[in-house]
Design a protein around this ligand. Structure first.
Ligand SMILES: Nc1cc(-c2ccc3ccn(Cc4ccc(CN5CCCCC5)cc4)c3c2)n[nH]1
Length: 241
């Protein structure tokens, strides 16, 4: 099953990078197909205008609804289809999570709508909700200049979970934010040389004693999680279960 990814943006060149590395390989072996579109192709004036002043006043400009609607008609269609997932990155969206990435990894089609300026006329999102499955998502509590970088990050998080994409699926199981690690942060990693610039690999990892190694790793995950992400610990007891 091939996943089709579409990107609507006034800077479609952002998505040239998807031809490189793992994502490029996935595209080559037919797991995903990527289509980037310039929103200005659906404007009809000499200046290819996509923005206008905000109704009700306020700073900056807002993206006009018309080009989005015409692009939707051509790229997605004019019939409702709940199997199409339309993603609007937004500072006011729901936080994007690993579980959202997991859900989206089984989608047949995902369309990323990348806003710029101060955002997109809200009727575009309302219209999309009447037609497809819409996700307004935030990448985190910081403001980007547009949706493109968020779309790339979400793409990477989703596509790497598509069955057949990752060479060694077992590495997915052990990751942070996934069930395999009980939602704890990952333990520190080491490789050769055993001593490097006066810094040594923890002895336990060289002991070959798998029980001790597993305990050391879990203890490190618990320590790191308590230090850096108290929000991930079980609030009842203050220590991860
Ligand atoms: N996680 C995350 C996603 C984004 C994101 C995603 C999509 C777009 C499209 C445009 N921008 C820029 C921008 C800038 C400033 C504001 C503030 N806001 C404006 C209106 C009045 C109140 C205040 C909003 C949007 C975007 C930013 N940033 N961070």
């Amino acid at each position: 099953m091939t996943m089709r990814l579409d990107y609507l943006s006034i800077f479609p060149a952002y998505f040239d990078v998807l031809d490189i590395s793992l994502l490029g390989k996935a595209a080559v072996n037919g797991l995903v197909e990527v289509h980037a579109h310039d929103l200005r192709d659906w404007t009809h004036d000499r200046h290819r205008t996509v923005d206008d002043t905000p109704c009700g006043g306020g700073a900056g400009m807002v993206m006009k609804p018309d080009p989005w609607g015409e692009a939707f008609d051509e790229i997605i269609g004019t019939e409702p289809d709940s199997s199409v997932h339309v993603i609007f990155p937004s500072p006011s969206g729901a936080p994007f999570t690993q579980s959202a990435a997991q859900e989206l990894s089984s989608a047949v089609r995902i369309v990323f709508c990348c806003g710029r300026y101060e955002g997109i006329d809200h009727r575009v999102i309302d219209y999309a909700r009447s037609m497809w499955t819409v996700h307004e998502v935030s990448l985190g509590d910081y403001v980007l200049n547009g949706g493109e970088v968020a779309a790339l990050a979400i793409t990477e998080a989703v596509v790497r979970l598509v069955p057949g994409f990752m060479g060694n699926p077992e590495s997915l199981a052990e990751e942070s934010f996934s069930a395999g690690q009980d939602g704890l942060l990952e333990y520190p990693l080491f490789t050769r040389p055993v001593s490097w610039r006066g810094l040594d690999v923890p002895e336990v990892l060289m002991s070959g004693h798998h029980g001790r190694i597993a305990k050391w790793r879990r203890d490190e995950s618990v320590r790191l999680t308590c230090e850096r992400r108290p929000d991930l610990t079980d609030s009842d007891f203050g220590v991860p279960h």
